[in-house]
Design a binder for this molecule. Structure first.
Ligand SMILES: O=C(O)C(=O)[C@@H](O)CO
Ligand SMILES: [Mg+2]
Length: 251
């Protein structure tokens, strides 16, 4: 069975960020994700992860202006040099924390030039450090209007164009269901490309077993596919984080 990581931007928000690592471990998680840890001290984050005994699995790049700004800008023509500077910063940050995957966010853009920009930036980023695993994740149009990477089939095409072994697909169950209406079918269509998984139920984006997705079937499909990577819990708890963790012992 895959290993589970707690997304500390979504879970355990009842306590300060540095306390969330140990809380996640006590709850049964062996890894953690943080969307944008850049405002925090690397040393303190690394110590918190080490003391808790959890792996740092995922963070996003480039660091965006989260307060109302775009979600990344890797597909935005004209921002290439900013992308490179910010990507290098993320790379340094990620190395210091031992982060397994860096999720490269496309930002808001449309059209052929945006596509070429995204491909060129990804090629550059993949070549920057061939040992660092990068991921791309499609986002649904309802939650992120205008986001360039808005389908898993487009992500597969982009990956083929980039053609780098250290670029993988991030399969978020909630995003797949929102975009394509059948997360399991998306899993089956793109299994070989998937490097990281995130889960939340649909349509609520709460914990598994609160909505319409058949997680027993999905976990069986993930197991049967031979996927042995991480599964990140990236959902908004319905009540407290602790109260909603029953799904973890049933997975
Ligand atoms: O919204 C999602 O889904 C994500 O995975 C985030 O990384 C977007 O920031
Ligand atoms: Mg996600």
């Amino acid at each position: 069975m895959a290993r589970f990581a707690a997304n500390l931007t979504y879970l355990f928000t009842e306590m300060p960020i540095l306390q969330r690592f140990a809380a996640a471990r006590r709850a049964g998680f062996h890894g953690v994700e943080i969307l944008f840890p850049y405002d925090l001290a690397v040393k303190e984050l690394a110590q918190a992860a080490q003391a808790a005994g959890v792996e740092f699995v995922l963070m996003n790049t480039p660091p965006p202006n989260w307060a109302g700004g775009p979600r990344g800008f890797a597909a935005e023509p004209g921002n290439e040099s900013r992308f490179r500077d910010d990507f290098d910063r993320a790379l340094r940050f990620g190395r210091a924390l031992g982060v397994k995957h860096l999720h490269v966010m496309a930002g808001k853009a449309r059209g052929g030039l945006a596509r070429r920009t995204f491909v060129a930036n990804l090629k550059w980023a993949c070549a920057r450090d061939a040992r660092t695993s990068l991921t791309i994740e499609p986002m649904n149009r309802h939650d992120m209007p205008g986001y360039f990477l808005d389908s898993f089939d487009l992500a597969a095409e982009i990956m083929d164009e980039v053609g780098a072994p250290n670029l993988g697909l991030q399969f978020d169950v909630y995003q797949a269901q929102m975009i394509h209406g059948d997360a399991l079918a998306v899993w089956q269509r793109h299994t070989g490309r998937i490097r990281h998984v995130q889960i939340a139920d649909w349509p609520s984006r709460h914990e598994p077993r609160q909505g319409d997705i058949d997680f027993a079937e999905l976990f069986r499909a993930i197991d049967a596919s031979g996927y042995r990577g991480w599964v990140g819990a990236e959902y908004t708890p319905r009540n407290s984080t602790e109260a909603g963790l029953r799904w973890l012992s049933l997975a």
